[in-house]
Design a protein around this ligand. Structure first.
Ligand code: PEP
Length: 245
């Protein structure tokens, strides 16, 4: 146990240099909450400039290619993210699983590529509304997690984000009981593969987390922080989420 809370903003395809003062303000917030690890995953084009102003908040990327280099037009390698100033990277976000057709195997390979460059990784998993309504959410998401989990997964470089697809950007969240049940199930699934290491691995909740629901969500024993989209885009919205952690 003793898991330090991790709160990470996912800016998705948002952010130009005009937003650098906002990033600096979020960095200041991070400095005011040293017990919480705070970061922002920004578009690749903004990583270098963001790293220069983000203070106590780390900067991360939102995806990396599984290969180190080559003929992959438009893609970004882990080494490129690192050189630009990223310390972390998100892999397996549901938007990429859907829009880019990324498979569990791709995502495990991306995580390993990031690890090889010394990046820390947030691995996203989550169920569709159909799966939730069918009553299979825990088993489906646990299977997805185990299939996406990279070899050598360890708590000092990997965190999991449970993000129900139907909760992302919708303003809807699962019940607190459902979140708790899922996080307990995911930690148990992790333990089948990595044993006691699962106790130290942070499992974040993501999907419409905001200043109003963050405290209740993060009070759940197995919720170790949040992956936050819309509510991370300004320091004003992100502040209560960070404070809740
Ligand atoms: C996300 O996309 O990772 C996310 C959690 O988005 P939102 O907070 O906007 O639902």
């Amino acid at each position: 146990m003793g898991r330090r809370k991790l709160v990470v903003g996912n800016w998705k395809m948002n952010g130009l240099r005009a937003q650098l003062p906002e990033i600096a303000a979020i960095g200041e917030l991070a400095g005011q909450h040293p017990a919480v690890e705070v970061g922002l995953c920004v578009p690749a084009t903004l990583i270098e400039a963001a790293s220069g102003v983000s203070g106590a908040a780390f900067i991360g990327g939102q995806d990396c290619h599984q290969k180190a280099s080559g003929a992959h037009t438009g893609c970004v390698s882990a080494a490129m993210l690192k050189e630009a100033g990223a310390g972390w990277v998100i892999v397996g976000h549901s938007e990429r699983r859907m829009d880019q057709g990324e498979t569990d195997a791709d995502i495990a390979a991306k995580a390993l590529a990031a690890r090889a460059e010394g990046l820390k990784v947030i691995l996203c998993v989550g169920e569709s509304l159909d799966v939730r309504d069918a009553g299979n959410a825990e088993s489906v998401v646990s299977a997805q997690l185990l299939a996406s989990l990279p070899e050598g997964a360890a708590a000092d470089w990997l965190a999991i984000a449970y993000e129900p697809i139907w909760a992302i950007g919708t303003g809807r969240i699962p019940t607190m009981e459902a979140v708790e049940t899922m996080h307990v199930a995911l930690r148990a699934a992790l333990a089948t593969k990595i044993g006691a290491e699962a106790d130290g691995m942070r499992i974040l909740y993501g999907g419409s987390m905001n200043g109003e629901n963050a405290a209740e969500l993060m009070a759940i024993a197995d919720v170790d922080g949040g992956l936050v989209g819309g509510a991370s885009l300004t320091a004003g919205k992100f502040a209560p989420v960070i404070a809740a952690a």
